[in-house]
Design a protein around this ligand. Sequence first.
Ligand code: HEC
Length: 138
Amino acid sequence: MSAVRFVPALLAVLALAACNRADSADREEREERAEENPLIEMQPEAARRDPRTQIFLARGCAQCHAISRLQVVSPTNVGPDLSTAAADVPRRFGVQLDQFLRSPTGTMQIVLSGQIQLSVQERDSIVALLRRLDTNNP
Ligand code: HEC
């Protein structure tokens, strides 16, 4: 291979290496951020590892809500334990859980229209998770 033909190949390899480095730097940064997130840090190992808890930790629900059945703890416990929300919401608010999260009242109206905006998928996941968690739920 002549030197001239070799140069583009070399550049391609260097560019690829640079990309890989950037990817792993990103990943490390994300992991560091997770470690620095006190809400995640304060969770017991079981809660931190459980895939079912991730959305509640990532979206900050645990800031105000414990979920005792998933061993999720809250630094404030401002809101009720979400373990039995699927059964509690109809009793307290007169609507099903999915309806409540779609058009919440009270504190959650303020939270979900400002501080935390849920996508439709996130809301569906949360409803499904909380329904499965609550064994009293019909
Ligand atoms: C800033 C604090 C705060 C955050 C953050 C928060 N909540 Fe709440 N939540 C409350 C409070 C307080 C209540 C009690 C209802 C009321 O007073 O209106 C509540 C009530 C609820 C209820 C009804 C529970 C029941 O048993 O009646 C559900 C469900 C709920 N929140 C889900 C969530 C989810 C899901 C998230 C994350 C996306 C979240 N909350 C984030 C404060 C919060």
